[in-house]
Design a protein around this ligand. Structure first.
Ligand SMILES: Nc1ncnc2c1ncn2[C@@H]1O[C@H](COP(=O)(O)OP(=O)(O)O)[C@@H](O)[C@H]1O
Ligand SMILES: [Mg+2]
Length: 392
């Protein structure tokens, strides 16, 4: 990086002007974007220019005679950085670094620092130190860096999405064949015996899991193409109640608490069912020792959480409530990220909550998650309420 030190020192000696010291002093004083100061051999400040005052906030009389380490952060002082800077300049002829420094008011700024030793007849008489405030450039670089990272991440997700979609389609076709065959086997007289019945039921449960997984993968791969239609949410839930109950297994209870009146909303019925199933399965997984899952519906008048100033609107909300193990704050933070899972390989895909939140948002609503370790979990999906259809 180009540094002005040699030029500054050189200007006076190479121009051959009559009054060199005065020219130099004038030059240094007119530089305000750089803090230029002279240190004695031990690092005490002998003089500095107005740039130093502007960048660091101290007045002349506050700083002359002080040790230059007062511009360093406590961490850098503890690491011996100020001494190392002088040492490097003395032994290697120059020190250059970029680091955080402190202003008088305690705020930090990003500084580019150059230290040159000043020799007079082989004797070290002090140091010239130049500091430039590069905070803006540094922050711009950080933003650029973060934007690049986000872009790379979204490209990676897109690639995974395409791959997933292809696999899920094939997998779905295989599952269809398996389920059809199991249905035929179940019709055979041999299937009425207890053991074969158990085997068939176990196989059906496994295919249910496989179906859920392929739905999650398809939804993720496509970014969910929705085909919304007007439905009474209570009606959709009751129609699929067998599916939810079966997903709970034998040790977990399942109960509806549905609003007394119909709750209309424009939704894609298949994705809605997948979302509720995702939540029920999550709740079941969180209650290995048994418990109860409640699915509650209600109409709620509120503003969406991401726009609390927006006018209040009507939402149809479906809550899936469990009294399971709950989530730590760190898990809550990351739970809705695609592929985030705390479950072992083969048990979790990490796509359930991302489908639920994606579905709610794409349907024009939102979802919320509230959970505490030991106090269970409630996930709420709120969809914009529609008017009741008029009778034809
Ligand atoms: N009802 C719940 N109770 C406790 N933890 C949950 C619940 N729902 C989700 N989680 C946590 O959030 C994570 C992500 O959930 P999800 O996206 O459905 O993926 P998966 O269930 O495949 O792990 C889970 O691994 C689990 O740690
Ligand atoms: Mg899940």
């Amino acid at each position: 990086m180009a540094t002005p030190t040699p030029t500054l020192m050189g200007v006076a000696s190479s121009t051959g002007l009559n009054d060199e010291p005065r020219q130099l002093a004038l030059l240094i004083r007119s530089v305000t974007d750089y803090a230029i100061y002279m240190l004695d051999p031990n690092g005490y400040i002998r003089s500095w220019n107005p740039g130093g005052e502007r960048i660091k906030g101290y007045r002349d009389e506050e700083i002359v005679g002080e040790h230059f380490s007062r511009f360093y952060t406590p961490e850098d002082i503890a690491r011996g950085e100020p001494q190392r800077g002088l040492e490097t300049a003395r032994t290697q002829g120059r020190f250059e670094a970029e680091a955080w420094r402190l202003r008088k008011d305690g705020t930090r700024f990003r500084a580019n620092v150059v230290i040159d030793p000043i020799w007079h007849n082989d004797e070290l008489i002090g140091y010239a130190k130049i500091t430039r405030d590069v905070t803006e450039r540094y922050e711009a670089q950080q933003h650029l860096f973060e934007a690049q990272k986000a872009l790379a991440q979204s490209q990676r997700l897109e690639a995974i999405g395409k791959l997933t979609l292809g696999l899920a389609h094939d997998f779905n076709n295989l599952l269809t064949v398996i389920v059809n065959s199991l249905d035929l086997i179940a019709l055979h007289p041999f299937a009425s015996e207890p053991r074969p019945r158990e085997w068939i039921e176990a196989a059906l449960r496994a295919t249910d899991r496989g179906t859920l997984l392929t739905r999650q993968l398809l939804a993720f791969g496509r970014g969910q193409t929705l085909a919304p239609e007007l439905h009474d949410i209570n009606d959709l839930l009751t129609r699929s109640s067998e599916l939810y109950r079966r997903a709970c297994g034998p040790t977990v209870g399942f109960r509806f608490e549905l609003a007394g009146q119909p709750l209309y909303a424009q939704v894609d019925a298949a994705q809605f069912e997948a979302a509720v199933l995702n939540l029920v399965v999550n709740s079941r997984d969180a209650m290995p020792g048994g418990g109860t899952i409640v699915v509650r519906t209600q109409r709620v008048e509120r503003a969406p959480p991401d726009a609390p100033e927006a006018p209040v609107r009507s939402f149809v909300c479906v809550e899936v409530i469990d009294d399971g193990e709950g989530m730590s704050a760190e898990v809550v933070e990351r739970a809705i990220e695609p592929f985030f899972t705390t479950k072992e390989v083969g048990r979790g895909s990490g796509l359930g909550l991302s489908q639920v939140f994606g579905f709610a948002k794409q349907s024009g609503g939102f979802a919320t998650l509230s959970s505490e370790p030991g106090h269970g979990t409630t996930v709420s999906m709120c969809l914009p309420a529609s008017e009741e259809p008029s009778d034809e």
